[in-house]
Design a protein around this ligand. Structure first.
Ligand code: EPZ
Length: 417
């Protein structure tokens, strides 16, 4: 297994270009199953999760190619309506095939996703919505068996806002008979981007960026081509890399409006930001003011930046409080950050971070994608050498992060395992 070795306490400088958004691309890849023919996704990075989703689609019978950041997906021969355990257990997002397979073939067999490092992560909201829209759901031998004669438009009120359940429901509803009203829908930019893709395929969805989506079912869809939106979590991670190393960096190719909650908190820490249409320049502050965060669904502070923000708070001038209401167990990075001499304690699902003068390099272990990013940031700021093992987690969702950081002047090396 590969490792990162970082010699920290060095300033970064320069410009970094943001890649396409993993969490927008994954559902869009499965949306191509809603029709027969060749769709093209532009601005797709080489990430392990994206390769895994390509594998899921190939098992179903699609032809998937990724060349120079353009992914083509040919679904003419996609007809095997199953996502097997071997794949779903490696990547929960495989559940995104449920809605499209049901809508196109009236059948889907998807392995029941298990827990993961950031919590138990149930799929009850997905299943309930599929039932409400007319599917029969049976759980058997660890598999979700879903079937329907024809999906029927209905009213769905989510008890909790869920990105995944909103995406799956949208993908089922676009080919249903009649109109589906979705209340308490997720408003994440990745959902907006899925709506654009589905509408480009010929779907009729209204209410983009609001929590009430109205889907008028259509008889059929057609393949399309779309540019993928920039990754707001990668954007945030690089902004925080600049803040923690007290460096000036320009982040280009991003959509600043998708990071407003983070930008507001960064300003409160004392950083200055110059925001343009598609880029952000961050001017650091020497004394980082402590800032509390609580994660909530978009447009509030994202859970996927909680760990990285906590890394910044470890060297703030005072104490901060961090609470993750989306995944209340998502604190695996705390013990590892403490190995770098951070002072963090967690009580009743709330982390208290006492800022220290400096972090000190150590051997640490990555436990999940965003936890790994937090350790990279902490390693960049820490004095001495930090070795991060199990970095395959970071390759799941960051596009060659060490190469991008090296271009900014960071001393980070990948040691092949
Ligand atoms: C998506 O996961 C993202 N994954 C996650 O990113 C992200 O952390 C999360 O949304 C929240 O923003 C992808 O887009 C592939 P949810 P998802 O359904 O859809 C509860 C990363 O690091 N819930 O919005 O699985 C759930 O437990 C990853 O890139 C139910 O109770 O998240 C959580 O508390 C990790 N029942 C809340 O809803 C359900 O059926 C929101 O989860 C579904 C969810």
């Amino acid at each position: 297994m590969d490792k990162f070795v970082i010699t920290g306490n060095k300033k970064l400088a320069g410009e970094i270009k943001i890649s396409g958004a993993k969490n927008a691309i994954l559902p869009i890849m499965t949306a191509t199953l809603l029709t027969s023919g060749k769709s093209e996704l532009i601005n797709v990075p080489q990430l392990i999760d994206i390769k895994m989703m390509a594998h899921v689609l190939r098992v179903i019978g699609a032809r998937v190619e990724l060349e120079k950041n353009v992914m083509s997906i040919e679904t003419e021969h996609a007809s095997f309506y199953e996502a097997p355990y071997e794949l779903v257990s490696k990547m929960r997002a495989s559940i995104y095939v449920l809605g499209p397979l049901l809508a196109r073939f009236g059948k889907a067999r998807v392995s029941f996703p298990g827990g993961c490092a950031i919590g138990t992560r149930p799929v009850d909201l997905h299943l309930k919505a599929m039932e409400q829209i007319g599917a029969k759901i049976e759980i058997e031998h660890g598999y979700i068996n879903a079937s329907c004669a024809k999906l029927q438009g209905t009213t769905i009120r989510f008890a909790k806002t869920s990105v995944g359940a909103t995406a799956n429901t949208l993908m089922a509803a676009v080919l249903a008979e009649g109109t589906t009203d979705i209340f308490n829908a997720a408003r994440e930019p990745e959902i907006g981007s899925l709506i654009d893709f589905l509408n480009n395929m010929g779907a009729k969805i209204k209410g983009r960026d609001t929590s009430h989506l109205i889907v008028r079912g259509v008889k059929e869809l057609h393949p399309t081509t779309q540019k993928m939106i920039p990754d707001r979590i990668e954007t945030g991670t690089f902004l925080l890399a600049a803040a923690i190393t007290k460096s000036k960096i320009k982040i280009s190719n991003c959509f600043p409006q998708n990071n407003q909650a983070l930008l507001d908190r960064l300003k409160q820490t004392g950083c200055e930001l110059v925001i343009d249409k598609e880029d952000i320049t961050i001017f650091p502050t020497n004394v980082i003011k402590p800032v509390d965060i609580v994660t909530y669904p978009f447009p509030d502070f994202p859970t996927d930046l909680q760990a990285q923000f906590m890394a910044l708070m470890t060297i703030a001038d005072g104490e901060s409080r961090i609470e993750d209401t989306i995944f209340p167990e998502r604190y695996m990075h705390v013990a590892e950050l403490n190995r770098l001499q951070a002072k963090i304690s967690v009580q009743n699902h709330v982390a208290s971070v006492k800022g220290v003068k400096e972090l000190s390099g150590a051997d640490v272990m990555a436990t999940d994608l965003r936890a790994s990013a937090a350790l990279v940031l902490a390693g960049l700021a820490a004095k001495g050498k930090t070795t991060i093992s199990r970095i395959y987690h970071i390759d799941r969702g960051y596009d060659r992060i060490e190469q991008k950081l090296q271009r900014l002047g960071a001393d980070i090396k990948r040691i092949k395992g």
